[in-house]
Design a protein around this ligand. Structure first.
Ligand code: AVI
Length: 320
């Protein structure tokens, strides 16, 4: 590898490490303690999340896939011919492939932080869709980015499935929807997957499954801090907890200390009382109209929306 490129990559890497260290230290010093959910997704965390999407209790992925497959023709009809489909947080392209198979899309722009995985997925996609232009962008999709110049004249359609917007705090969600509008420009469309409010009896097990995969996913954050920041978290001294906060329409995930203990990392000490928690994630749930209202406040007009037969999940088509 070119030395300058190697240097730049390692500098980027150092920045990520520094951000992680800073966010962890600040989050553990807060009262109540918090850690940002974006750090769940190292290689082990991404693999555990993949397993979560296949759990019997985790209905969102299955329900959204059913909507995309059942409504593929209607969705395709809303996508202008020769459009560029821009996916925020593209992962394995599983959901995009359904849209790409049904609609007349000229270019696909998957944006994802993991460059290696992204480029490997892009290579396979080019073989399966030889006429499609594939322009992967390896970046944090929550930060503003510019579209490649050749695509600027095409009609733009954003794609943000998985109810990932639900992991943003409400003000950040509005800001992000506005940012997407800025990136895609005037006359853009947005296809977005949003999880719906429902009975607590269905919601909580989706985040606290019988096989304990979500617990491992949550605890992996502490393992990652140990691995990357030299922490000494004893994973067996913390319990995974998921609860539904009805007043705030959100699932909360916590890691609860089983005993009084002190954790050391990066030369600092963090004390925990028995039962004290680290709040690791919120996953907001919406009513159809409450989401449409939020989208409107960010400059998007609702065109239509679809739900699965059990009304567990929704996919919205919005227009700028
Ligand atoms: C990625 N995101 C939409 C998932 C969710 O349902 O909020 C993350 C997750 N956390 C625990 N299980 C799944």
């Amino acid at each position: 590898m070119d030395l300058q490129i190697a240097d730049r990559l390692s500098t980027q890497h150092d920045h990520h490490d520094q951000d992680f260290a800073r966010d962890v230290v600040q989050g553990l010093a807060r009262q109540p303690k918090r850690l940002p959910p974006k750090y769940f997704y190292d290689a082990r965390g991404s693999d555990l999340f993949e397993q979560i999407t296949k759990l019997p209790e985790y209905y969102p992925t299955r329900s959204e896939l059913a909507i995309l497959r059942d409504r593929a023709c209607e969705i395709a009809a809303l996508i202008p011919h020769g459009a560029a489909l821009v996916e925020f947080g593209a992962g394995a392209f599983t959901k995009a492939r359904i849209v790409l198979g049904a609609a007349n899309v000229a270019a696909y722009v998957p944006v994802d932080i993991s460059a290696e995985f992204l480029n490997a997925q892009a290579r396979t996609l080019r073989c399966d869709f030889p006429r499609l232009e594939v322009h992967p962008i390896a970046a944090d999709f929550t930060a503003p980015f510019a579209l490649p110049p050749p695509l600027r004249t095409l009609p733009k359609v954003g794609f943000f499935p998985g109810s990932t917007l639900g992991n943003f705090e409400p003000d950040d969600a509005v800001r992000f929807l506005r940012q997407i509008r800025g990136i895609l420009g005037e006359d853009a469309r947005l296809l977005i997957g949003i999880d719906l409010e429902k009975d607590e009896q269905l919601l909580v097990p989706a985040y606290d499954d019988a096989a304990g995969v979500t617990a491992r996913f949550n605890l992996n954050l502490l393992a990652r801090i140990n691995r990357e920041l030299g922490g000494d978290f004893d994973l067996s001294a913390f319990t995974h907890r998921a609860l539904y906060n009805e007043a705030r329409h959100r699932i909360e995930m916590h890691l609860v200390s089983r005993k009084p203990q002190t954790v050391r990392l990066l030369g600092q000490r963090f004390a925990f009382r028995t039962g004290e928690s680290i709040h690791t994630e919120n996953s907001y749930k919406f009513g159809l109209e409450r989401f449409q209202e939020m989208a409107r406040s960010a400059g998007w007009r609702s065109q239509t929306c679809w739900t699965d037969a059990a009304r567990l999940f929704s996919v919205h088509a919005l227009a700028a």
